[in-house]
Each structure stands twice: as structure tokens, then as C-alpha cells.
Design a protein around this ligand. Structure first.
Ligand code: 0L1
Ligand code: MG
Length: 258
């Protein structure tokens, strides 16, 4: 069994010093998935100790392409805190991060507690107040985004920042699998995708998260936001860049980097 504190401290120090580190598994090669999740909790609790509040969760590695790239067959999750949120129209300061990347996502606002091992996409949709377009800002604490699955779980799924679009839509009237997205950087087209890129249906992705949390006696709570996973690849950003995610029905989300 590994001692969790020094492992979490390695990640916290990378965040504090804005300096990437080598994968944890180079130093702790037998790091288990349960230990990685405990490290994840420790890095989130450290933010909470500094005054942040957990406001939701995010999923990653939800597309078949990204899973193949990582040689895994399942997604992963992390936690979002209020100090990660960038208000609509605000820019993001890249200097806060080590190697930021952006990707477009569909986010869910959950309107009742949601937990249990049998939760399906239909349950998620029934418990969703609204969906909206979002941009996830990733920042791996590992040099060059080189990590194993357990490393990135411990690193809170590379969570760094996020912004939600201003257009809230009731998901019951639309088929989120067909929700198109055009992703641009500095006016150039980067990628196009539809909601089905996220585990077949973004609500299925949220349902997977709830079932996974249930295995550890946890769940989502009313008012939490869940980012369901990327529709496209993530792109590196630097000061002066602007990324725009244009969604069918969900409006446009824009994030300027300074
Ligand atoms: O949001 C995400 O897709 C994070 C997944 C973790 C892997 C990565 O940092 O690309
Ligand atoms: Mg993401």
C-alpha cells in the first residue's frame, strides 16, 4: 500500500509551481486505481481547504478515439470546483496553468440527487434541469500529457478550468446525439463533431459516472454541473488565442486566452 500524502503533494506542488512533473507511476509503479482515486480526493480536498467549493464533476476519455489512443476501454472522472469556473465573457489567464488545452463539451445541470448502480441515460435526462455548451480547459500536471490511466485519474482528470455557455436548453425536446459542434481556434476550423461522439449519448456518459460513483457509495447532488466529455480533440492554447465552440441549439461558447 502506498502512502497517499506524498503522492498528492507531488501534484499539488506541480500546480503551485506551474511546473510539470513526471508520471506518478514512475515513482510509485504499483499505484492502484483505488489509490489513484484517493489521491484525486486529496487534491480536491486541498482546494476545498483553500476555500473552493465542489460544484460538479467532469468526464474524460469518453470518445472511442481517445480511449484507443490511451489504450483503455473506459472513461474517467474528476471534480470541478467553483474556482475553476470562468464566467461567460471572461477571459482565462494562461499563466495560471502549465500546458493548457481546450475542448468543447456538453454540460448538464442536475436538478435532483442522482445516485445508484442502475442509473441510465433516461434517468439522467429526467433529472436534468438544462443542458448547455461548454469549453473544458485541461492542464495535465504531467510533462507533455504523458501519463498512464491511473496517473491521470489521480490528477483529477487534468481538470483546470471550464466555462459554460449562456444558452440553457431543456434536453427533453432534443436528441443530444445529433447536437452538432463546430470547434474553432483564432477563426480557423479545428474539428466538427456531434454529441454521439461522447459514449454514444452525452447522457449515457453522465449515467456511467453515477454508476461508477455508486460503487464507492457516492452520487451527484442537486445543483451540480456535469461536463459529459469532449466532442473533439483538445487543442493547446496560449495568450492571445480565442477558442469558439458553436453548437446546434446550445449556442456559441467563446473563450479568450490572455
Ligand atoms: O477532460 C478530459 O477529457 C480529460 C481526460 C484526461 C486526459 C487528458 O488530459 O487528455
Ligand atoms: Mg474534457
Amino acid at each position: 500500500m502506498n502512502d497517499i500524502a506524498p503522492i498528492a503533494e507531488r501534484l499539488l506542488s506541480a500546480v503551485r509551481n506551474r511546473t510539470a512533473t513526471e508520471p506518478l507511476t514512475n515513482t510509485w509503479p504499483d499505484l492502484t486505481i483505488d489509490e489513484a482515486l484517493t489521491v484525486q480526493d486529496a487534491v480536491v480536498y486541498a482546494r476545498v481547504d483553500s476555500g473552493a467549493k465542489v460544484v460538479g464533476a467532469k468526464l474524460g476519455l469518453t470518445s472511442v478515439a481517445k480511449q484507443r489512443q490511451m489504450k483503455v476501454d473506459q472513461p474517467l472522472f474528476g471534480w470541478l470546483t467553483d474556482d475553476m469556473q470562468i464566467d461567460v465573457g471572461q477571459s482565462v489567464e494562461c499563466g495560471r496553468f502549465i500546458q493548457p488545452r481546450c475542448e468543447p463539451e456538453i454540460a448538464f445541470l442536475i436538478n435532483r440527487d442522482l445516485e445508484g448502480p442502475d442509473v441510465t441515460a433516461a434517468h439522467v435526462l429526467a433529472a436534468t434541469e438544462a443542458v448547455f455548451g461548454a469549453i473544458d480547459v485541461l492542464d495535465s500536471r504531467f510533462t507533455g500529457y504523458a501519463f498512464t490511466f491511473n496517473d491521470v485519474v489521480a490528477d483529477n482528470a487534468s481538470s483546470a478550468a471550464f466555462t459554460l455557455g449562456g444558452t440553457y436548453i431543456d434536453p427533453k425536446g432534443i436528441d443530444l446525439r445529433l447536437t452538432g459542434c463546430v470547434f474553432e481556434k483564432n477563426g480557423e476550423l479545428i474539428a466538427t463533431a456531434a454529441g454521439a461522439a461522447v459514449l454514444g449519448h452525452p447522457a449515457a456518459s453522465v449515467a456511467w459516472l453515477v454508476r461508477e460513483l455508486a460503487r464507492r457509495g457516492r452520487g451527484l447532488t442537486k445543483g451540480q454541473v456535469v461536463m459529459a466529455g469532449a466532442l473533439t480533440e483538445a487543442i493547446p492554447v496560449a495568450p492571445g488565442d480565442t477558442v469558439v465552440a458553436r453548437f446546434d441549439r446550445l449556442g456559441t461558447v467563446e473563450l479568450a486566452c490572455r
